[in-house]
Design a binder for this molecule. Sequence first.
Ligand SMILES: Cc1cc2nc3c(=O)[nH]c(=O)nc-3n(C[C@H](O)[C@H](O)[C@H](O)COP(=O)(O)OP(=O)(O)OC[C@H]3O[C@@H](n4cnc5c(N)ncnc54)[C@H](O)[C@@H]3O)c2cc1C
Length: 558
Amino acid sequence: MNRKDILSSLESHSPAVLIVGAGINGAGTFRDLALNGVDVLLIDRADFCSGASAASSHMAHGGIRYLENGEFRLVREAVQERNRLIENAPHLVRPLPTTIPIFKVFSGLLNAPLKFLGWLEKPAERGALVIKIGLMLYDAYTRGQGTVPPHVFDDRAKALEKFRYLNPGICFAATYYDGSILSPERLTIELILDGEAEGDHARALNYVSLVGVKGDTATLRDEPTGSTFDLQPKLIVNAAGPWIDVANRTLGLQTRYIGGTKGSHVILDHPELRAAIGKNEFFFENKDGRIVLIFPLMDKVLIGTSDIPIENPDEARCTEDEVDYFLEMIARVFPSIKVNRSHIVFRFSGVRPLAYTQAKIAGQITRDHHIQEDVLGDIPVYSLVGGKWTSYRAFSEQVTDKVLSYLGLARKAGTQNLPIGGGKDYPWTGYIQLQFFNRVHELTGLPDRWPKILFDRYGTRAQEIAAFMAADYDAALKHKPDMTRREIAFLTQHEKIVHLDDLLLRRSMLAFLGELTRPLVGELAEYTGETLGWAKAQKKAEMTRALDILADRHGVRL
Ligand SMILES: Cc1cc2nc3c(=O)[nH]c(=O)nc-3n(C[C@H](O)[C@H](O)[C@H](O)COP(=O)(O)OP(=O)(O)OC[C@H]3O[C@@H](n4cnc5c(N)ncnc54)[C@H](O)[C@@H]3O)c2cc1C
């Protein structure tokens, strides 16, 4: 069903479950409920994956530093989920060698015990011994799964041989594996489309807000038209992330579940730094004790992040002070590489939906997840508090089990080994990939290079997209020759694009990787508008909206 069909189906039918918020937790719960035959509607007041889930550091990780906080359950669950992501969505989540440069041997040994006793204000720098113990535990949690190799410890000489620009002041470097989520936004939309593919009982709408509740009736607003409509769900899942308390207030519930902290990142176009880190993420402790990262993302470098308490998530922006902090911190690990503002191609910022607590240090607030239950008349409201991107599947499973139990239904299917989107029937080895490219080429007649280009972007969905491209006249984009008009038409028609910025920021990585130019934005507006039937004035308004968002939230001025 397209947007119009879904909206008109809701005029005569109320879904049993309403999920408010389509970040990764809402999307994951949606897919799991859909899989189990539940009549469910997922809504988001903005685009899918445009809140906290779009602001992540792109790490599928257990969170080695949470061991120090004693969060063993969380870390065990997250490393297992990291492996599942690599196995179920290999087109978008890849093993990521992660290197910790170490400057001391014994420091930090008392961090964990002091933390347990509540005596620790600021942790001491983590030394080699503490890191070694953490990594042994980390490996132990997934021994037997074999998805990623165990950690290695290199002495100074070996580490400097591997990374010749690394700070010579180090005494060791430890390398272990986590995962890299190339595009959280694409992973989320593919998850949602998988949910909808289960049947007409599962529908998802972006740009629809929850605006109020009276008795058993929830009022929603279709943002593009401003029209409102009513539903009578049996249960509401509040997956509004950092906006959970705001959404609960809309429902008439006064809650204080979230005490979010802001985190920002910048993307650098810096070939020298990119070459210096190679395939590795550098994950290290900055001078002030914060754990920060230098992360390889395609041909760019992602730098993050901060951890600053914030009241209003709508105000999260990457500030100039944060940029200064990021640029300075690179020198701790790669002192000879000069980086400045001119290398920044994109900035982003978001709020972690952490559980409200009185903890003094933001980094010590638990990242674990739980469900808060309230009742609205006869309707239960489940608020999904906390969590990490990495462990969304486990959290969604927990929520789904609770919903199924409330509705008196039995679980029919699980998601542990379920591939996501273009991760289905994934050709893992080079030879099988070659066979896949040949098959797509033979089926569609597209020139040789396209199957691989599409596969790199969309995994095995490349076949469906190639067939769509071949079914009518197509041409490469003038300002981005490795994308085509029909590819844009496919994304617009099949991936729920409402606004131009959905395409620039979330269905593609164009903005993120600093690939946008004004002429390209114009060309993309042209072909998106063609598919959505935009008149000239609407095309212009969409351009203005997209350019404003890029400038205001991402520091991109075209
Ligand atoms: C800076 C930063 C770095 C992070 N790094 C990592 C990392 O590397 N690895 C990791 O595993 N985790 C990471 N996380 C954590 C992870 O990103 C979040 O825990 C996760 O994305 C939360 O998802 P969510 O679905 O709960 O919330 P969100 O993604 O925020 O989704 C909530 C949605 O609700 C919608 N909404 C709000 N109000 C309404 C309403 N009234 N009606 C309809 N819709 C509404 C919003 O538009 C939003 O899309 C990071 C988070 C941040 C902020």
